[in-house]
Design a binder for this molecule. Structure first.
Ligand code: NAD
Length: 316
C-alpha cells in the first residue's frame, strides 16, 4: 500500500539538510517541510530563504507529527540526537539520514533502540560542496548524483521503496550497498582524497616560502585548496567514525607513496613510468565506469590496470 508523506522534518538545516528541504519544496513533493537546527538562526534564515515552511519550536512535538524525519547533522552528533528523538517517533514514522559514514550510525541506532527500527533507512547522498550552512542550500544539489542506501536485512521494504522514490523525485540515482562496504568504498574514494588535500595544504602553508606557493598555485594545487576548505567539524567526525577503513587506506597510500619516493631516489625510471602508466590507464577505466551506472571499483587484478611488463610491483 502506498503512503503519502505530508510532513517532513529535517533535523540539521545545513548544506545537505537545507538542500533536501529546498528540493522537496521546489518540487512540491510534500505538504509541509519543517526545519530544526541546534542553531535557531539557521532555521530563521531557512524560513527567510524559503528553504522550509516552518521552524520547529519543540523538537519532540515536530518529530511526533512528522511522517518522515531526515537526520542531516554531523555523523558524531547522530547518536545523542537519536536518543533525544526516540520517545517521540511513531511506529510508522519513516526515519532516514544523510551521514557520510554508515556503520557508526547503524551501531548508534542499535545502542539507542536495542533493535534498529524497520522504518530506519540509512542513506548517503554522494553530492555536496565545500560550503556549509543553510545559505548554501541548493534545490538541484542531488540532480544526477548518486544516493547510496544501506538498509539492513530487517529494514522494511516499503520504507526502502518510499525513501528511494523520494530521492529519485529529487533527480538522484539510488543504489543499495552493505553498510560496511559503503564505508570501505567511501574511505577510498572520498575520505582519503580529502585527507590528502587537508594534509598537503596544511603542510605547504607552514613552509617559509608559503606566500609564493599560494601566489603561483596552478590548477592541481588550486583544486587541493578547494577540497581542503571543506568543513572541519564534518571531517573530524568522519575520521573518527570511519577510523578502521581510513587507516587501511592511509597505510596503502603510504606504501604507494614510499614506492614512488624510492623510485625517484634511486632514479628507477622503469618503476616511475610503470606507476604513471598504470594510473593513466586506471583513469581511462574509471571514465567508462563513471559514465555508466555502476558504483564498483575496478579490481586491482583487472587486466587493464595490471603492472606494466617487467616492473616490480610489491603491492601484489
Ligand atoms: P552543515 O555543517 O552544513 O550542517 C549541519 C547542521 O547540523 C548545522 O546547521 C548544525 O547547526 C546542525 N546540527 C549539529 N548538531 C545538531 C543537533 N544535535 N541537532 C540539530 N542540529 C544540529 O553540514 P552538512 O554538510 O549539511 O552535513 C550534514 C550531514 O550530511 C553530515 O552527516 C555529513 O557527513 C553529511 N554529508 C555531507 C556532505 C557534504 O559534502 N557537505 C555530503 C554528503 C553527506
Amino acid at each position: 500500500m502506498k503512503r503519502t508523506l505530508n510532513k517532513v522534518l529535517v533535523i540539521g538545516l545545513g548544506l545537505i539538510g537545507g538542500s533536501f528541504a529546498k528540493a522537496l519544496k521546489a518540487r512540491h513533493l510534500v505538504d509541509e517541510v519543517i526545519g530544526y537546527d541546534l542553531h535557531p538562526a539557521e532555521c530563521e534564515l531557512g524560513l527567510q530563504l524559503g528553504v522550509i515552511d516552518k521552524q520547529a519550536t519543540s523538537l519532540l512535538d515536530a518529530v511526533a507529527e512528522a511522517d518522515l524525519v531526515m537526520l542531516a547533522v554531523p555523523v558524531k552528533a547522530m547518536e545523542s540526537l537519536l536518543e533525544t528523538i526516540a520517545p517521540a517517533l511513531r511506529s510508522d514514522t519513516l526515519l532516514t539520514d544523510a551521514g557520510s559514514t554508515k556503520m557508526n550510525i547503524i551501531e548508534a541506532a542499535q545502542r539507542v533502540f536495542s533493535v534498529v527500527p524497520g522504518n530506519f533507512v540509512p542513506g548517503h547522498p554522494i553530492a555536496g560542496a565545500e560550503k556549509s550552512g543553510v545559505s548554501a542550500a541548493n534545490a538541484d544539489l542531488f540532480e544526477r548524483h548518486k544516493v547510496i542506501l544501506t538498509p539492513l536485512p530487517d529494514t522494511s521494504s516499503l520504507a526502502v521503496t518510499l525513501i528511494s522514490e523520494l530521492w529519485q523525485s529529487l533527480g538522484a540515482e539510488v543504489l543499495q550497498m552493505e553498510p560496511q562496504r559503503h564505508d570501505e568504498v567511501l574511505a577510498a574514494t572520498s575520505h582519503l582524497p580529502h585527507l590528502l588535500a587537508f594534509s598537503l595544504v596544511d603542510t605547504l602553508a607552514h613552509e617559509e616560502e608559503n606566500k609564493d606557493i599560494f601566489r603561483y598555485a596552478a590548477g592541481g594545487f588550486r583544486d587541493f585548496t578547494r577540497i581542503a576548505a571543506s568543513d572541519p567539524v564534518m571531517w573530524h567526525d568522519i575520521c573518527q567514525a570511519n577510523r578502521d577503513a581510513l587507516l587501511d587506506q592511509i597505510d596503502q597510500f603510504t606504501t604507494g607513496l614510499s614506492r614512488l619516493r624510492q623510485a625517484i631516489d634511486t632514479e628507477d625510471g622503469q618503476t616511475l613510468l610503470g606507476i604513471f602508466t598504470r594510473a593513466r590507464i586506471a583513469r581511462e577505466y574509471f571514465s567508462t565506469l563513471l559514465t555508466g551506472t555502476a558504483y564498483e571499483l575496478p579490481s586491482p587484478n583487472s587486466p587493464s590496470i595490471a603492472p606494466v611488463k617487467g616492473e616490480d610491483n610489491p603491492g601484489e
